[in-house]
Design a protein around this ligand. Structure first.
Ligand SMILES: *[C@@H]1O[C@H](CO)[C@@H](O)[C@H](O)[C@H]1NC(C)=O
Ligand SMILES: *[C@@H]1O[C@H](CO)[C@@H](O)[C@H](O)[C@H]1NC(C)=O
Ligand SMILES: *[C@@H]1O[C@H](CO)[C@@H](O)[C@H](O)[C@H]1NC(C)=O
Ligand SMILES: *[C@@H]1O[C@H](CO)[C@@H](O)[C@H](O)[C@H]1NC(C)=O
Length: 321
């Protein structure tokens, strides 16, 4: 009987096996190391972009796709009514603070219908809406404005929001700069004509479209203080927007818990968990059980070849003995 180890075909088999084992180990370690790096998290200036937001298509939640853009370290948000600078993303309160350069403040009133207002694509509505405590102050709206239709002389649509309203806003220096002539001719008080300013929460009309509402300008203010703030000089001017993934948080939590990064498919609808070298429709643990695609199927082929080799080895061993 010749010694097994001296057989040349056996040596080839052993070498082949070693190569496959090394390849297999390399493949597994590569995919697991990628899986533990969040490839979607990024920065724009000093703002962290994290789930549900992202700057790359395929990253984050599909409800926030094509929304944020980073230009020269300035984070911009783009919706149907226009582009806004993002001043802050508050992940703890699920809120964003937006700035529109044509937004009137306590110091300046911008007329001419140049402001963006706030209108989102209907499909995005459930994901993004101004905070209920954010007041929109519509300025110089025509008597024909839909705001005043159906409520002659009463302007029921107009109301104070979280202690912020037009009566207080009129005390801002910007109004005296506008000139008494204009203000005097239109009248500030609720009476015969339309008021010069109409305060509203976003829910009241669901879209702040200056051309549709026939308004010349607008302001938007919010207060983060738990108590009613002193006056319009203390209000924060900007648009405070709440975001929500619509109770769909479990998918991403499970994905991240298994070392994945949350994203969505090329259809822009289906959520997807990116697990290094492959994507999963649930989480990264489910890949081991065979639902994975991409390089994992290559791994399956390699495992198959490995098994064939092993059985060939056993066959050789049996035949030679
Ligand atoms: C980011 O930088 C701006 C100035 O560039 C500063 O006003 C702001 O407070 C900074 N925000 C954070 C979260 O550090
Ligand atoms: C605003 O209203 C005008 C007039 O109704 C309309 O043409 C325009 O598309 C609206 N803008 C947005 C962003 O919906
Ligand atoms: C809004 O509040 C002011 C005082 O803060 C008050 O004078 C005014 O009547 C209120 N307006 C409405 C419509 O409630
Ligand atoms: C996983 O999904 C992301 C985002 O859609 C895509 O860029 C990537 O190519 C996908 N990877 C695989 C292995 O399919």
């Amino acid at each position: 009987m010749p010694l097994l180890i001296n057989s040349p075909s056996m040596a080839t088999n052993n070498m082949l096996l070693q190569v496959f084992f090394i390849t297999l180990t390399a493949l597994i370690s590569t995919s697991s190391s990628i899986a533990h790096t969040n490839i979607c998290r990024s920065y724009c200036g000093n703002i962290t972009i994290d789930y549900p937001f992202a700057l790359q298509y395929g990253c984050g939640h599909p409800g926030f796709r094509d929304l944020l853009f980073c230009m020269n370290d300035v984070l911009m948000l783009h919706i149907s009514s226009g582009s806004y600078r993002v001043l802050e993303i508050d992940y703890a309160y699920s809120a964003l603070t937006l700035h529109d350069p044509h937004l009137s403040t306590c110091e300046t009133i911008v007329l001419g219908g140049k402001g963006n207002g706030f209108v989102v694509e209907p499909w995005r509505g459930p994901y993004l809406a101004p905070d209920g405590n954010n007041v929109f102050l519509l300025i110089g709206c025509s008597a024909r404005s839909p705001l005043f239709q159906g409520f002659p002389g009463k302007h029921l649509a107009c109301r104070n929001v979280s202690g912020m309203g037009c009566e207080e806003y009129y005390s801002c220096p910007a109004w005296s700069l506008l000139g008494t002539q204009r203000v005097g001719s239109r009248g500030r008080v609720y009476g015969s004509g339309p008021p010069e300013c109409c305060a509203l929460p976003y829910e009241a009309i669901k879209a702040i479209n200056l051309s549709k509402l026939e308004c010349e300008g607008y302001s938007s203010a919010y207060s983060l203080a738990p108590l009613r703030v002193a006056g319009p000089t203390d209000w924060s001017y900007g648009i405070r927007v709440k975001y929500s993934v619509q109770g769909n948080d479990e998918f991403c939590r499970a994905c991240e818990a298994t070392g994945g990064t949350c994203g969505y498919g090329s259809d822009g609808i289906r959520q997807m968990c990116m697990c290094g070298s492959s994507n999963s429709t649930s989480n990264c643990d489910s890949i081991v059980s065979g639902s994975g695609r991409g390089r994992w199927s290559l791994l399956n082929i390699l495992t198959g070849i490995l098994m064939i080799c092993a059985s060939a080895l056993v066959t050789t061993r049996t035949n030679t003995s």
